[in-house]
Design a protein around this ligand. Structure first.
Ligand code: GBH
Length: 485
């Protein structure tokens, strides 16, 4: 039909997986139910209650421990292909070690998985989303080189019990947040500041632990025909200006924010990012350390970690700009931020959400994913989180969240057009949940949770209807208005 001005709709491939994500501590509650052990978040919020902005805890949260059937019903209402949730390590291994397995914990996840499979919703399981058993923290947690053995033992219990039905495993959610925010930035449990040392010990032990779990799966559980990967937070870090020095600053920023964890696993050479490792070595020497604060890999470890993935899980939220000269702060010495020594800021013109770090940055996903494609030889990628924060009292009409999701969809279609091997997309989040140190002040859910109500009633927001429509039709419909609202 020549002369037509109708634009061809770009569609998502038929096998593209749409889903939603959550994490155990943020939704489950039942913090000490039926034999569950204490984890570092239970420990932090109970012993240091003022760290959470609204003085709340995850003791009950959305009470998904008791409401999992309703959660699966919501997945069906939305028409999800997949649901990403995490396993609470201390719920199945109360002390963290595999000598004692809690049958009630295994039963809970069996019930959830079976309920999902009844309705053909594919489980994507994260083994670790920040809730380390407290007993392991008391042994040094991620800073103990034996951490990777404990994690491997835990992974075996997970694969053995659930791997017959779960075909997608993610070892860790967001290493940067675990190592930097937990062990230096005082922004996550265990709420330690080990200033420029612990973050790097953690980085090394974490990637080795990931590789041990991956190789365990690869050697002993491949017959289950699933996949094993890791999720890293890859926001887009661009240069503030086109200047050479800002470009260098942006590259260093990428290396410290996510390359530290991605490079050893996904690069062809393995090991640490080059400039990052040189920078930390030089600073450490100048500070009088007899060796780099960044521990080295043996050649054997390097080879063991390199290539230990079936897919790259990406949590993507926003764009941050890096500057060699502007927006610089003075940091403690030694510290990771002092090692990095780059200024950063969120572009002024981008619309803000209810969380200060989260702004809508057009085409942000495209920039991040095409970068990963070039850098790591076009790996299979799943976006395992992407979402928008609103205020608790903002009602059910969340047009700003809808705008954000539509923008993300366009950005993904652009990435697909450029040949990015993107296979799926999980929104954060299925329902409102405990937003770590922000408590219940920032809401990410497609479903609102009524925390005043002991039943924790869930109600769909407008965005839930729009997401359902997108999943069903596989293109971005800007005209669509749900008539049920
Ligand atoms: C994800 O992290 C988490 O995986 C998920 O559990 C969480 O609920 C979701 O995001 C929404 O926050 O304000 O400058 O101190 C996303 C990455 C990085 C976002 C750290 C919050 C705080 C930075 N997070 N960031 S700052």
């Amino acid at each position: 039909c020549h002369g037509s001005t109708v634009k061809q709709q770009r569609r998502f491939p038929d096998d593209f997986i749409f889903g939603a994500a959550t994490a155990s501590y943020q939704i489950e509650g039942g913090w000490d139910a039926d034999g569950k052990g204490e984890n570092i978040w239970d420990h932090l919020v109970h012993n240091n209650p003022t760290v959470v902005q609204d003085l709340t805890t995850g003791d009950v949260a959305a009470d998904s421990y008791h409401n999992y059937k309703r959660d699966v019903e919501m997945m069906r209402e939305l028409g999800l292909d997949a649901y990403r949730f995490s396993i609470s390590w201390a719920r199945i291994l109360p002390t963290g070690m595999a000598n004692e397995i809690n049958p009630a914990g295994i039963a809970y996840y069996n019930n959830l998985i079976n309920e999902m499979l009844t309705y053909n919703i594919q489980p994507m399981v994260t083994l670790y989303h920040w809730d380390l058993p407290q007993k392991l923290q008391e042994l040094g947690g991620f800073m103990n080189p034996l951490f990777s053995d404990w994690f491997e033992d835990y992974a075996r219990v997970v694969f053995e019990n659930f791997g017959d039905r779960v075909k997608m495993f993610i070892t860790f959610n967001e290493p940067r947040e675990i190592c930097f925010e937990g062990l230096e930035d005082l922004n996550k449990a265990p709420y330690l500041n080990t200033s420029g040392v612990g973050v790097y010990l953690c980085a090394k032990h974490l990637v080795v632990a990931h590789a041990k779990a991956y190789h365990l799966y690869d050697k002993e559980f491949r017959t289950q025909e699933g996949q094993c990967g890791i999720t890293i937070s890859v926001n887009w870090f661009g240069p503030a200006t086109d200047s050479e020095e800002d470009q260098v600053a942006a590259e260093l920023m990428r290396q410290f924010q996510w390359g530290l964890y991605a490079e050893p696993i996904f690069s062809a050479e393995g090991g640490w990012p080059k400039e990052l490792s040189e920078t930390i070595a030089a600073k450490s020497a100048a500070q009088g350390f007899s060796r780099s604060r960044l521990p080295e890999f043996t050649e054997e470890e390097k080879a063991f970690v390199r290539g230990s993935y079936d897919f790259f899980g990406v949590n993507h939220y926003t764009t941050v700009l890096a500057s060699a000269t502007e927006h610089k702060e003075v940091y403690a010495v030694p510290s990771m931020m002092d090692d990095l020594d780059v200024g950063y800021f969120w572009p002024e013109e981008n619309p803000a959400s209810a969380s200060p770090w989260l702004k809508l940055a057009p085409n942000s996903i495209y920039y991040a994913l095409t970068h990963l494609k070039e850098k790591y030889n076009n790996p299979v990628i799943y976006i395992t989180e992407n979402g928008w924060a609103t205020l608790p009292d903002s009602g059910l009409i969340d047009d700003d969240r809808i705008t954000y999701y539509r923008s993300s969809m366009e950005s993904m279609l652009n990435a697909l057009d450029d040949g990015v091997n993107l296979k799926g997309y999980m929104v954060w989040s299925l329902l409102d949940n405990m937003e770590w140190l922000e408590g219940y002040v920032a809401c990410f859910g497609l479903y609102r949770v009524d925390y005043q109500d002991p039943a924790r009633t869930r109600t769909p927001r407008k965005s839930a209807f729009v997401y359902k429509h997108i999943i069903k039709n596989r293109f971005v419909d800007y005209e669509y208005e749900p008539d049920t609202m």
